[in-house]
Structure formats: structure tokens, C-alpha cells
Write a protein that binds this ligand. Structure first.
Ligand code: ADQ
Length: 473
């Protein structure tokens, strides 16, 4: 069996406990320790003239290799091109996009540096799985250095439609970079369609049935791999929370009121100002819910060195203060707003207690919180998920109340509907959603991608085969 090599910007340290590390990190670590493997990424450290070689250490069957970066390169790579250009582009926020040539060059330099540091650690039959938009050029750099083995890439965020994607000055170079992978995984069929349409209509690529793509003399496959969660772990944590001290404190603080919950990194893609406004609108237009429902928004700080994120934080503080100022009673505060992380078990307890889960991103690759909320519910008395149609999860979670996150009144109406929904309908909707969450777990996702990467190059057929120029449906 080929050794698996995973590349991601941040690497979950072997000491990070499962409850803290997050489902994705745990699943990747499991996949690596089952087959034996290497996890390669940024050390989190910067240093002027950093060493060419990574720090390498072993834990069980997994080898970790962590690379330091030059501070200016790290800024251009992470805050610059990855999060100042690609993140807003892929989330359809062209007004927030900045493109600087120096950042694009820094982004490529960091990828080159990663490739040079990784190459000496590789064996020819290793299989490499690269994660996310920080590393799109990595395969091209590894190929330049002579690595010919299998390389796959998974894009955790949305892939924008061609009209939006064409705003990127480096659009053709970046997709040319993608063509050095053997397998490119995206979250949804919509994302796949967007990328294939761009390839066939803008850069004269060939699309064969089944998603195999030809670009210049290279072939690669593009397919959807919707990511899941560790559903069992969430169910167990949620069930364990029943009768716990945390559950008791939460119940006591709510004094019999309903709870609506939101859990999102403090990021402009998550639609938090619209969600706050919709909750205000609920209290204004459906006064019967005043004093009867509390909303809890958990929003740990993220990328707080970036100006847009600081502005968003101020905006939410103002909006939240205004809602509480307008509606609070001496014994009821409508909105609880918390900027801190929690252990998975605490999140599970909060989700389970919530009658409504409010997940309303403006765009989201998948949104794992939506799936976690479903997994944590009591099957006998489940809550209702209000979900943005622009989250990847909306493709699978058809039992949710789907909303347009730009429609404040529509979201308020959906929250009202969720709060008054009869038990039988809640159960039915929850069952529809839970079936998806249970069948497509993070373990299935991991296995499916690895299985496909193992065999993908066999499907390309012999060189010289005639390809149909099929346009994606
Ligand atoms: P994110 O944008 O981070 O992920 P999401 O998919 O919701 O978004 O995952 C967030 C994770 O962080 C969840 O597991 C959640 O439980 C956890 N989390 C959030 N707030 C927390 C808190 N206060 N304390 C502890 N944990 C907290 C990116 C993409 C998504 C895609 C994922 C996975 O933007 O679209 O679904 O990657 O591919």
C-alpha cells in the first residue's frame, strides 16, 4: 500500500486531544496512522532566512515535518494572496478582493519552498494529498522537481462561477497549476460545474464524460467529495451531555425559554450581521417570541490581524448591543454573544438544547456546523435547522428550512416557523437530514478520496485516445 503524505497549512499536533482538534484534523490523523504516513505543513513559526529543511519528528506511525517561513513571504502567502485574494474571490466578495503582484509572487515562493523541502522526504510511490487554497501550485512545483507520483488536491471552500472567477488576474495560471494534480476534489456538484465550465469555455480544456479533464498535454479528474463530520462522536457527546453539570447550568440560565444557536468563526463569509438583523426582525415582527426565546451566537475570533475582520467585529458588537438595548427585559437578555472557543462536548450540549440552529452563511464550502447541529439532536424531540441555500450543506440537508441569507425578513419568518413547528414535522425533517449526516461521515469522505486517488490515473486511458469536447451540463 502506498504511503500517504498529507500537506496542509496548519498541522494538528499529535498531542492535541480529539475533543479539541476538530473532525477534519482527527480524520486525517486516523487515515495517516492506519497506513503509516507523513504530515507536512507550516510550523506556525517565522524566521528571516528560514532553514531549507523542516523539523521532523515521529509519533506512532505518523511522521510530522514542519517548515518555518520567512515573515514577509508568510504574510504575502497567508494574509496576502490566500486570504486577501482567494478567500474573498471564492466567497463571491469581489468588493473585498485585493490583488497585488507581490503577494502572488510570495504565494508562489512559499509553494516552491514547500516543494523543495518536501521532495527529499518523498519516496517515488508515495501518494500526496494536498489540502486547500494555500497550496494550489504545490503539485506544479513538485512536478518541476521531478516527482511523478500521484497527487490529489481538495478545495475546502466554494469554487466560484466563471463570471466571478475571471476577476482574478492570475486565473489561467492558477487553473494551469491545478492541472498538475491527478485528482481535484471540490465540495459540491455546483463547484464542479463552475470549474469545468471555466475550463471548457475560457481556456480551451477538454472535458471527457465522468469529469476527466484534458489541458495541454495533461489529464486530471475533477469530482465532488462533500465533506462530513464524525457523526458518532457528536451523537455520543450530545447523549453524554444529558444530565451533565453543563446542561444543568445552561437550562438554569434559560429558565424554560427556547434557544436558537449559531456557531461560526468570526468571518465575513458567515453572514453574521444578517443573522443578527434577522433575529432583531423576529422580535420586532413576531412579538409573541419576546422573552420566550434566547439566541446564542458563538463566534471565536479568526484572522483578527486583518482589517476587514476587525471591522466586522466592531459591526457585530454594535448590532448585538442595539438588539439587546431595544428588546431586553430586566430578567431576559435576547442575544448572548461569545467570542471564545469551546470543547466539542460543550458545543454538543448547546446544540442539543437549541430548538433552532441558525446557519446562514453568504457562501460556504460545506459548513460542518450544520451537520454537527443535526447529529446532536434528540431524535424524540429534535430542533430545526435554518440553513442558507448558499452553504454546500444545503445540497444534502433537504430537511432544513432553506433561506436566502440576503433576505432578512425571510430569515426571521423561517426562525418563527422553526419555533412553532409541530413535533411530527420536526421529527420528519430531522430524520431526512440525519440520514445524510450518518451515511456521509468524515471517515467515508477520507476513504473515498484516497480510494479514488489510488486508481484515478488508470482511468485516463492510453495517450492519444480521442476525446470528446463535452460541455458540462
Ligand atoms: P470553516 O470555515 O471553519 O471551514 P465549518 O465547516 O463550519 O467552517 O467548520 C468550523 C468548525 O469549527 C466546526 O467543526 C465547528 O464545530 C468548529 N467551531 C466553530 N466555532 C467553534 C468554537 N467556538 N469552539 C470550538 N469549535 C468551534 C472550512 C470551510 C467550510 C468547510 C470546512 C471543511 O470554510 O465551508 O465545511 O472548511 O471542509
Amino acid at each position: 500500500m502506498a504511503r500517504l503524505v498529507i500537506v496542509s497549512n496548519r498541522v494538528a499536533s499529535p498531542k492535541e486531544r480529539a475533543a479539541k482538534a476538530g473532525g477534519l484534523a482527527v480524520a486525517l490523523r486516523e487515515a495517516l496512522s492506519q497506513r503509516g504516513g507523513l504530515w507536512f505543513g507550516w510550523s506556525g513559526e517565522t524566521e528571516v532566512n528560514p532553514p531549507e529543511a523542516p523539523k521532523v519528528f515521529r509519533s506512532g506511525r505518523v511522521t510530522y515535518a514542519l517548515l518555518d517561513l520567512d515573515p514577509e513571504d508568510q504574510r504575502a502567502h497567508y494574509a496576502g494572496y490566500a486570504n486577501g485574494t482567494l478567500w474573498p474571490l471564492c466567497h463571491y466578495r469581489l468588493g473585498l478582493l485585493t490583488f497585488r503582484r507581490a503577494d502572488w509572487e510570495g504565494y508562489r515562493r512559499v509553494n516552491e519552498h514547500f516543494a523543495r523541502a518536501l521532495l527529499p522526504l518523498l519516496k517515488p510511490d508515495d501518494m500526496i494529498w494536498v489540502h486547500d487554497y494555500h497550496f494550489i501550485p504545490l503539485a506544479a512545483e513538485l512536478r518541476k522537481l521531478g516527482f511523478a507520483g500521484r497527487i490529489g488536491y481538495f478545495h475546502h471552500i466554494p469554487w466560484p462561477t466563471p463570471e466571478v472567477y475571471l476577476s482574478l488576474p492570475s486565473h489561467a495560471a492558477l487553473v494551469d497549476d491545478l492541472s498538475h494534480y491527478d485528482l481535484v476534489g471540490l465540495q459540491t456538484e455546483n463547484d464542479v460545474r463552475a470549474l469545468l465550465t471555466y475550463i471548457s469555455s475560457e481556456i480551451r480544456g477538454w472535458i471527457a464524460p465522468g469529469g476527466t479533464v484534458g489541458l495541454k498535454d495533461r489529464r486530471f479528474r475533477v469530482a465532488a467529495y462533500p465533506i462530513g463530520i464524525d457523526a458518532d462522536a457528536f451523537v455520543k457527546d450530545a447523549v453524554k451531555s444529558v444530565g451533565s453539570e453543563e446542561e444543568r447550568r445552561l437550562n438554569e440560565s434559560l429558565a424554560g425559554r427556547d434557544l436558537a444557536v449559531g456557531v461560526d468563526r468570526l468571518d465575513y463569509s458567515k453572514g453574521l450581521p444578517g443573522k443578527f438583523a434577522a433575529f432583531g426582525e423576529l422580535l420586532r415582527s413576531y412579538p409573541e417570541h419576546r422573552s420566550k426565546v434566547t439566541m446564542m451566537q458563538v463566534a471565536p475570533l479568526s484572522r483578527s490581524e486583518v482589517a476587514e475582520y476587525q471591522a466586522l467585529r466592531r459591526e457585530l458588537e454594535e448590532l448585538g448591543g442595539a438588539i439587546n438595548g431595544e428588546f431586553a427585559e430586566f430578567d431576559w437578555v435576547p442575544l448572548r454573544y461569545l467570542n471564545r472557543p469551546f470543547q466539542r462536548a460543550t458545543l454538543a450540549a448547546i446544540y442539543r438544547r437549541a430548538r433552532v440552529g441558525v446557519v446562514t452563511p453568504l457562501r460556504d464550502g460545506m459548513n460542518l456546523v450544520a451537520k454537527e447541529y443535526i447529529a446532536a439532536q434528540d431524535p424524540e424531540n429534535p430542533g430545526v435547522l435554518v440553513l442558507s441555500r448558499f452553504a454546500g450543506a444545503a445540497d444534502e440537508l433537504k430537511g432544513s428550512l432553506l433561506v436566502n441569507p440576503y433576505d432578512i425578513e425571510g430569515m426571521a419568518a423561517a426562525m418563527d416557523r422553526a419555533l412553532i413547528m409541530p413535533l411530527e414535522e420536526r421529527r420528519e425533517r430531522w430524520r431526512t437530514n440525519m440520514e445524510k449526516v450518518e451515511t456521509n461521515t468524515i471517515h467515508h469522505w477520507c476513504q473515498r478520496f484516497i480510494d479514488e486517488l489510488t486508481t484515478v490515473t488508470d482511468q485516463f486511458g492510453p495517450a492519444g485516445e480521442t476525446w470528446g469536447h463535452a460541455r458540462p451540463q
